[in-house]
Design a protein around this ligand. Structure first.
Ligand SMILES: NC(=O)C[C@H](N)C(=O)O
Length: 311
């Protein structure tokens, strides 16, 4: 089986010129790292964890360092991961003071009898696993502080968040040489969210899904809409009904938009290695690595294809 990795850096409003290059490099690096892991014989789970860790560590994206702030100016992160081989899954939500939520989600999947740990319980488990607690300041950037200010005061103190401004959730899907599929999704959520608000990203079936018999998907966008339509599982349902990856993505994103006015995006790989990156938000940085080529883009109709650097 030829390995494939696709990553996204979140459905977003238009990305400013000065950030575009950094965002482009971020997704390209994540896809390249994930692909190398697969080429070296790593599993799909290893690849999605590796790719998402790169994006969590990159302050340009709304996950790990660079997460958006809640209404108290604090960071509460959500993440989930799934192994399509046996449907094992792990998730964390409302997690504070950990650099890489996706690593903790994987530990929930592999080291506990549960699928999902939240808040204090997740933090306690992180400590038990020897994951260092970091100061919240290490996760907060100048940009996220400014975004919160803008959200609170810049729109005349409007109470409702403008979802078009919420950007940067990260995700990855992978197909390894053995034909195994996996997904990982990680986020700081939405700007100015209520304390304790949990979005779609840690919820299996909404923020992502992976089943070796069908495909793997990671989603991004307006979490409350994604939760209501179970965007990830809905898309895979269309694949099960015989749709192509493009058709399935269009159908499920189209349904969320027409039914709820919810905008978002997704990356998807089928069990046969067909892949797609689609969005209804203004833009979505993404990159895909397959057959030693790197495909990447941010805006609609704009795709570049380059050779992947040799290992
Ligand atoms: N930008 C995003 O994808 C946000 C995420 N889906 C959430 O609602 O928490």
């Amino acid at each position: 089986m030829n390995p494939v990795v696709v990553v996204h850096g979140g459905g977003a409003s238009s990305i400013s010129k000065d950030r575009q290059e950094r965002v482009r490099q971020g997704v390209a690096k994540a896809a390249t790292v994930g692909y190398r892991i697969l080429q070296e014989g790593g599993s799909a789970v290893d690849a999605v964890e590796g790719a998402v860790t790169i994006l969590e560590n990159d302050p340009e994206f709304n996950a790990g360092c660079g997460s958006v702030l809640n209404t108290n100016g604090d960071v509460e992160m959500d993440a989930s991961i799934m192994n399509g081989k046996d449907l094992s899954t792990g998730a964390v939500s409302a997690l504070r003071c950990v650099a890489n939520p996706i690593k903790l989600a994987r530990l929930v999947m592999e080291k506990t009898p549960h699928c999902f740990l939240t808040s204090e319980g997740a933090a306690k488990f992180a400590a038990e696993m020897g994951i260092p607690k970091i100061a919240v300041e290490q996760l907060i950037t100048e940009r996220s502080r400014k975004n919160l200010e803008k959200e609170k005061h810049g729109r005349g103190g409007a109470q409702k968040p403008d979802y078009a401004q919420n950007e940067g959730t990260v995700g990855a899907v992978a197909l390894d040489c053995q034909g195994n599929l996996a997904y990982a999704t990680s986020t700081g959520g939405i700007v100015n969210k209520m304390v304790g608000r949990v979005g779609d990203s840690p919820c299996v079936g909404s923020g992502g899904y992976a089943d070796n018999n069908i495909g793997a998907i990671s989603t991004t966008g307006h979490g409350e809409s994604i939760l209501k339509v179970n965007l990830a599982r809905l898309t895979l349902f269309h694949i099960e009904q015989g749709k192509t990856v493009q058709e399935a993505a269009d159908l499920s994103l189209g349904y969320m938009k027409s039914k709820l006015k919810g905008l978002g995006g997704l990356i998807l790989i089928s069990k046969t290695g067909d892949w797609v990156a689609k969005w209804t938000s203004t833009s979505m940085p993404w990159a895909a690595a397959k057959d030693s080529k790197l495909h990447a883009g941010i805006d609609l109709g704009e795709t570049t294809i380059t050779d992947l650097p040799l290992p």
